[in-house]
Ligand binder design. Structure first.
Ligand SMILES: [Zn+2]
Length: 258
């Protein structure tokens, strides 16, 4: 988002979040000591949903999804490609990543080779992230403000926590899973709440689920937003739920949602 500076983001993503009530940021279940920002969903206040597409292995499904998204120019989504596919898809379809970013979609980190971050050392994970990030810079032709990690196999780990802290990243989990028969996934999406994060992958079934879901989402006045937008809403709700401050510049603590 243009109005969210990298500095604001890091400031809010780090210290401020740690001072908030931990409940909704705490990972469910096994990792009570996770200290970096981690989200399973966004605020429930708005009829907004974040579709995320992991891995990005298949060029033809990426291209098909891009064509589908072009029919819904107000819909924005988040991709979590692995580094090897940043390279190979760029070779097969030069400019594909820049096109998606220019259209307002978001890109987050999913490791270079789809490795469980939990089995990496913290130093190894930092190296992997930096390699992935410099690859992203290469394919986009410019630095890009990466904000989110989707850990492969959805494994929350100590190394993930360190990586998030060291690189100022938010671990983005999900509240609705794709990956099944399209009619079943479509029914799950029809029951979604505002603030849900949907995990899809770039594969045939999830593309077909998207084809089913997008027209329904549009007809029912859903907004498809990037994770940055979802997280921005969340911070505004958490930092100042009582109302709108004035004279605080463009800081997120202003809490005036447009
Ligand atoms: Zn994956």
């Amino acid at each position: 988002m243009a109005n969210l500076s990298r500095r604001d983001f890091l400031k809010l993503g780090g210290a401020t979040l740690l001072s908030l009530s931990a409940g909704r940021f705490a990972p469910l279940g096994d990792e009570p000591n996770f200290t970096a920002p981690l989200i399973w969903n966004g605020t429930r206040k708005f009829k907004r949903i974040a579709f995320t597409y992991d891995d990005c292995y298949l060029l033809n499904k990426m291209q098909a999804l891009e064509t589908l998204l072009d029919e819904y120019p107000e819909f924005k989504v988040t991709f979590f490609p692995v580094g090897v596919k940043l390279i190979s898809l760029e070779q097969q379809d030069p400019g594909i990543w820049k096109r998606l970013v220019d259209k307002g979609h978001e890109i987050g980190y999913h490791t270079f080779d789809h490795v469980n971050i939990g089995v990496m050392s913290p130093a190894g994970a930092l190296m992997d992230y930096d390699k992935w990030n410099s690859t992203l810079t290469d394919v986009l032709g410019k630095e890009y403000p990466v904000r989110f990690i989707r850990p492969p196999y959805d494994i929350v780990s100590y190394t993930l926590d360190v990586l998030c802290q060291e690189r100022g990243l938010v671990a983005a989990m999900f509240s609705v899973g794709g990956g099944g028969e399209p009619d079943i996934v479509f029914r799950a999406i029809q029951k979604a709440q505002g603030g849900d994060i949907v995990q899809m992958h770039i594969r045939t079934q999830d593309y077909n689920s998207s084809v089913l879901a997008y027209p329904w989402l549009k007809e029912n006045n859903w907004e498809l937003v990037t994770l940055t937008k979802m997280y921005d809403d969340y911070l505004r709700e958490k930092i100042n739920p009582v109302g709108c401050d004035v004279d605080t510049g463009s800081s997120l603590t202003r809490t005036c949602v447009e």
